[in-house]
Ligand binder design. Structure first.
Ligand SMILES: [Zn+2]
Length: 117
């Protein structure tokens, strides 16, 4: 019997947790962590293959997870949220301390240079 699954696998969750150092990607808290989707899952779950891959996922505490939804402008600016049709591997993420990283599908983060807009 197939189990219905709309979220990331345990393996991917573990990768994201390790990549983000077991901390919230916005505030650095290690408490009440959840997996945050940078590009929202559409209605009816994931259509794109990358929606549950590491580059689309961040560790976020429950406070920041709600903050992202309440502050979309700042969240897009920092890469905590990504707007379609941009892809999550194209948009760097600002981590605590202000460093920008690009996220890869392998669950690695690579230091990025800020691009002037
Ligand atoms: Zn947080």
């Amino acid at each position: 019997m197939a189990r219905r699954r709309t979220g990331p696998s345990e393996t991917v969750r573990e990768l994201v947790y390790q990549r983000d150092g077991g901390q919230c990607a916005r505030c650095g808290s290690a408490h009440l962590l959840t997996i945050h989707h940078r590009v929202n899952r559409g209605m009816g779950g994931a259509r794109e293959a990358w929606i549950n891959r590491p580059e689309n996922l961040l560790m976020a505490c429950t406070t920041c997870n709600g903050w992202f939804e309440d502050h979309p402008g700042e969240s897009y600016e920092a890469g905590w949220k990504v707007r379609r049709p941009q892809r999550p591997d194209e948009v760097p993420v600002r981590y605590p301390g202000g460093r920008l990283y690009r996220l890869t599908r392998d669950g690695v983060r690579v230091m990025a240079v800020a691009v002037a807009r």
